[in-house]
Structures are given as structure tokens and as C-alpha cells.
Design a protein around this ligand. Structure first.
Ligand code: BEZ
Length: 328
């Protein structure tokens, strides 16, 4: 615990140097926005575009300094900074939110949606947006809207024909509970690992397989170490745009409205980009010449049903979300 607070204190001092800690008020000129993705990633570009538009609309009164690549810490650490008001804004995978608010686990229901268009529509739906409303009270952050990365796929160092080939295999996951439960139900050994460590771990055999999206399988060259790429589309991967509730409390109604509108616009743009680009990402992965195998829900046997048993208890919203998804 001591170490955590020590880390927050250090980050707070660093941030104070950058933009004025404690200056979270209507006078704040430069908001700080953190994310884990690298500079060329779609999420990072959207954060920068949001900042540019905010600056333009406010005639330079407000701007956004974007800190990519975990410069301000991992997602758990950034969440703590948001809660304390030491960080103004972040684009985070909803993994970190779902670790604290189990209802968000519902987004990870295996095969909740049939394709990426449905994923985008669900994330823009009322049932999804309503989930953001209690966040200020529950975890001290304001949720503005969702983005996403592509649907999830599996890259394996060894050939995979059936799910039995993944049994007992160390399979990298993003660190959050719903995905851990899915791969445990499948009989694999889910291995939580943040994004920057994945390439080396796959290359040197520290893990046998990884759970990943098509864009990064291609751009970060995970395919180089693949003997099978399973195009399974088994899960959504939402992102959420957050503002510190403490910082939000110090903003005027006008400022809140402008920030909400512009951030939501760029988050929606992230969703639209993945919908437009997913076919290209698949084409590029296929061009690597590595064995690509398309599989559906049947590949995973009972794992989805097992997952449902666990998460229908934990995520009260699961039925409503599935009903909304079924109507898409
Ligand atoms: C991942 O952990 O796999 C991930 C995180 C952020 C964006 C895309 C992928």
C-alpha cells in the first residue's frame, strides 16, 4: 500500500511540474490526458485531435497535453491519478473500470455481438451510455463515452486446430477478470500482461499464445511468431473516455458541455475508424502468409456458457445488454 501512495505522490509532483497540480478549476488552461497506447495508435491520434479542436473552439483558452505509452503509469495507476484529481483525463480500456465496477464486465460477454459494426452500435447505445452515469459516485470519474479497438483474436506460436490445442497453454491476456474467466473456462492458462511486454514474451516463448486485436497483430508484427492466427472475433474491446470527477467539479457548465461534445465526437470517431479499417487489418494479416483460420463460437465449446454462469451473477446489466445487442 505504501508503495502505491509513494508512486502517486511521485506522479503528482511530476504532473505539478507539467501543468500545475491543484489547478483543477475553471482557470485550468492545459488538461493532461493519459493513455497506454503509443503515439501512432488510433486512440492516441483521437486524443490529440480532441485537444486540437478544444483549443480551436476555446480560442486557445483550453488545450490538452497528451501523454501516450504509459508515460503517466499503467491504467490502474492512471485511474488512481484521475480519482485524486492529479490527472485530468484519460482514454482507458474498460478493463480497469470493469475491475472496479463489475457491470462493465458485461461488455466482454463472448460473442455478445456478431461483428464490429454491431460492437460500435452497442457502444453508442443507451444501455452502454447509461452505465457511465454512476461512475462519478462509484469511482470518482466522469465517463464521456466509448471508443474501442477491434474484436479479439488469438495468435499462437504452435499450430492450433481445436480448442484442446490451447489447453494448459500460457495465453497472454490484458489484465482484467472477465477475459481471465473466459480462458480459464477454456482450459488455457491466462497470463495477464500489459501491451508493451507482449512482443518479447511471444518471441521468446514466455507465453504460448496471445489475445489481441487485428490492428496490433499486423502493426506490432505479432504475426512474426505465429504458427496459427485464429480469427475468432470472440469479444469486444471497448475503451472509455474519462475525466476526473474532481476536475469536472471545478468546471463551468459551458466548459463541461464543450469538453463532453468534443471528446464524445472523437471517441465516436475511434469507433468509426475501427469499423472502416477492420477489413484492411484482416487483409494485412492474411498477407503475412501465416496460417489464418476463421473460427466461430463452436470452437470454444462450453467456455462461453461457463463465462455466462459467472458473469450473470456479477454483472446485473448483462441481460439488458444482450437484449440490446440482439436487436442490432
Ligand atoms: C491490449 O491490452 O491488448 C490492448 C490495449 C490497448 C489497445 C489495444 C490493445
Amino acid at each position: 500500500m505504501k508503495r502505491t501512495f509513494g508512486w502517486i505522490a511521485a506522479a503528482a509532483v511530476a504532473l505539478a511540474g507539467i501543468g500545475g497540480l491543484g489547478d483543477a478549476s475553471a482557470e485550468a488552461k492545459e488538461f493532461r490526458l493519459g493513455l497506454i497506447t503509443p503515439p501512432p495508435h488510433i486512440w492516441t491520434k483521437a486524443a490529440e485531435a480532441f485537444g486540437e479542436e478544444l483549443s480551436k473552439e476555446t480560442d486557445g483558452a483550453h488545450s490538452v497535453a497528451v501523454f501516450p505509452s504509459r508515460q503517466l503509469g499503467n491504467e490502474a495507476q492512471m485511474m488512481q491519478l484521475l480519482q485524486s484529481g492529479a490527472l485530468d483525463m484519460a482514454f482507458l480500456t474498460i478493463a480497469e473500470v470493469s475491475n472496479r465496477v463489475p457491470n462493465f464486465g458485461a461488455f466482454y460477454a463472448p460473442y455478445m455481438v456478431d461483428d464490429i459494426e454491431q460492437a460500435g452500435a452497442l457502444l453508442k447505445s443507451d444501455v452502454a451510455l447509461d452505465l457511465l452515469k454512476p461512475l462519478p459516485r462509484e469511482i470518482g470519474v466522469v465517463g464521456i463515452g466509448y471508443g474501442m479497438a477491434g474484436l479479439r483474436q488469438i495468435v499462437s506460436r504452435d499450430p492450433v486446430d481445436t480448442a484442446a490445442d490451447l489447453a494448459g497453454k500460457k495465453l497472454r491476456i490484458t489484465p482484467f477478470e472477465p477475459i481471465r474467466d473466459f480462458y480459464t473456462a477454456l482450459g488455457a492458462a491466462p497470463t495477464p500482461m500489459p501491451l508493451p511486454e507482449v512482443y518479447d514474451a511471444l518471441a521468446n516463448g514466455q507465453v504460448d499464445a496471445i489475445d489481441m486485436d487485428l490492428e496490433l497483430i499486423w502493426k506490432l508484427k505479432y504475426s512474426e511468431h505465429a504458427e496459427t492466427i485464429l480469427i475468432s472475433d470472440h469479444m469486444m474491446f471497448p475503451m472509455v473516455g474519462l475525466v476526473s470527477a474532481r476536475v469536472w467539479g471545478g468546471l463551468s457548465e459551458d466548459e463541461r458541455a464543450t469538453i463532453s461534445r468534443l471528446m464524445k465526437k472523437h471517441l465516436d470517431g475511434v469507433i468509426d475508424s475501427y469499423i472502416a479499417l477492420e477489413p484492411k487489418f484482416l487483409e494485412e494479416v492474411e498477407k503475412t502468409g501465416k496460417p489464418v483460420k476463421k473460427v466461430g463460437p463452436e470452437f470454444f465449446g462450453d467456455a462461453a456458457a461457463e463465462w455466462e454462469k459467472i458473469w450473470s451473477e456479477k454483472a446485473a446489466v448483462l441481460d439488458d445488454m444482450r437484449a440490446a445487442a440482439d436487436k442490432l
